[in-house]
Design a protein around this ligand. Sequence first.
Ligand code: GPW
Length: 829
Amino acid sequence: GPNGALEATHPLALAPVTGPASNVDGFVRQFLRNLNYERGVPLSASSPNDQYFAFAMTVRDYLMARWLEDLRRQRVTQSKSVCYLSAEYLLGRQLDNNLLASGLTDIATEAMAQCGIDIEELRAQEVEPGLGNGGLGRLAACFIDSLATMSVPNIGYGIRYEYGIFRQTFVDGQQVEQPDAWLELGSPWEFPHPEFAQTISFGGHTETYDDEGVTRSRWVPSWNVRAVPYNYMVPGYLNGRVNTLRLWSAQATNSFDLRVFNSGDYEEAVRAQTYAENISKVLYPEDSTPQGKELRLQQQYFFVAASIHDFLDHMVADDFGLENLADRVIFQLNDTHPVIAVPELMRVLVDEKKLEWDAAWAITQKCFAYTCHTLLPEALEVWSVELLGRLLPRHLEIIYRINEEFLLEVRERFGDDEIRLRDMSIIGEFPERSVRMAYLATVAGAKVNGVAELHSQLLRDKVLPDFNEFFPGKFTNVTNGITPRRFIRLANPELSELITSALGTGWLTDLERLRGLESYAEDPDFRAAFREVKAANKRVLSDVLRARDGFEVSDGHMLDVMVKRLHEYKRQMLKLLHIVTVYEGIVSGRVDAASVQPRTFIFGAKAAPGYAMAKRIIHLINAVGSVVNADERVQGRLKVLFPQNYNVTLAERLIPAADLSEQISLAGKEASGTGNMKFALNGALTIGTDDGANVEIRQLVGDDNFFLFGMAEPEVEALWARGYKPAEFYQHDESLRRAMDLIASGAFSGGDRSVFEPVVSNLLYDDRFMVLADYASYIEAQAKVDAAHADEDAWTRSAILNVARCGFFSSDRSMRDYIDRIWHTPPAF
Ligand code: GPW
């Protein structure tokens, strides 16, 4: 074997040694061994962090044999693997998930009790890895959970950011960002493998050379970094399967140092090291708004180049035959962030493996598929030719050639239609020459998918219609999903128990079985039990918010929750106008407080640090909250809570306690949404627009169990076409006027009218997302919510039907769709 180790067929080398005994005694022994021999402390002197580490390591030890076996099998069988390329994985805490997946929860709980340790205290030690911004990153985490649970061979590739999404704090109601030092105390879940590091190059120039009579191109880069892989276990739910998440960390290379060392400048050498390590230093906190920053392109190329080389070097057998690469792997591009992988694979095949261009292109076009997650034009990534050419000169040449040949084909099909050619070119000319990454992905990908029916349709018809015409059959839909293991079983154990008591086990991996709950909606005992679950979840949330934020959650309130990134298109302002309207109605004496259903409004939202309007809206929500919560006249009726630093861990507590789910984006703007699915599956009713996956939720749960409001996408289009004048809505709607005037009056800013003036005038004179146009409809729908909530039994029936009818939104189903429509991977081993 390598390095003189035993051959793989030797009995001692064949299989990994088995893990600890699967009983309480086995767990205790392994835990103490880890505490003593890995942490180097006796139980009596161990800190909670020591205990957490030893505990996590023990869980790992149970999974390890399966993990090694699955890695081995992936190499031996050479059956097609899915490589998910994603710049973000918003994993959430790992401990409970890994306990659940390995079936160890009860044993581990008892084992800790025997050691005199409170397992809750251990749970609290874990810092969640926030290696993503929002929906896109969380989706990636749900997908890899489902693939492992479905025994599909998969490697998730991404970046091991040293700092994840910032920790949000409020100072005088305004967002202040703190670095997320999630690795400060180390992480027990990661396995560094410096021996499998890849060298990733940047800069320099290209040249042609004579290769035995053939003129070839090559890249002569000017600097490089080391990409060190860190492996994470991705255990399937109770199926003994463990897939791999491989995240890359940047380190300076020796040559990198040497070059500068030779100049004799020590300080410069250290600076150079810092420069290299900056690449994986921090997650960009912009969600859906690419900034075109050089470091960001470095991150993208860094992780996809490392991933492609890693897979080719270690996962593809030497005799596999590159021409068959698409039988071995599909690289799924999670939005455009990893699209620079396309020219990288071309460069490897043409420059390094010396394939003909056409052969290389044929392979490449089969190895990639592209998922688009947006419709916002400003969210579509473009890289200036100047920057791309400076950082990756050979890749730019390759992109030019791909574009040239593509436009030739377009010309053949459509003739010299210069407008169409300009519109379809991968290279845009205005405002500067740049590479349109979504176009590159569409041309290169075997398939292109949107993330909900409406989104995929708009993608075909509005965003990329020329491409849809040119590539018939390339466009498809896969509606997003969420993992029921984390978002039902772990987040809502009481509901899970209730479901199991009705349906038996099996539903967690076959979520359509929730249909069986429909008949229980008519059962008064079941409804009472369901209500009790919701009440218990509210008590849990109340404890969490008291400890975390010092909030008091009032009993008997409807919990009305809007949690998602702060973005104008998501329309937190619409929610706020509703709150101000109700508040103003009561304090002006026009509405009797006693007639208002008691409600607590909960917001959770981070704003991109450079997004001034989003930050102002956060400030305004907090300001309204302070005034409303302090006003005696609405005591016991209205409350506004905005816990800081909304993250996966908090979502797991908020969602199961919610009564009402706010999904109120302007129709045609939210690609899918996934929070909407999580709420419905936890028995909240949705108030929502006809947007993203809301459309499919409403179709499934039925109009009677969903509060629809607002314009549909064609009406939005029509209003733009007619000419949208928000001020007219303001003038013609007294209730809207009162709410806006109250904000403008300085009532929420100590009389200072200037603080929120930009928010108000933005709505009055611009209102890109038509908040004012949908206001009346929203207020009307909220009145229906109040009326419906007054009938407890009817509300509960609807809530149960939401759970029963949303099994479709399991990410297991999403994965089945990807397999059937895009990946065509064989049945799992
Ligand atoms: F702009 N999404 C996200 F499309 O969370 F790239 N971040 C992003 O940068 C983008 C999309 C991008 C979200 C969508 O906004 C949401 O509608 C969708 O449910 C989610 O991605 C998962 O598909």
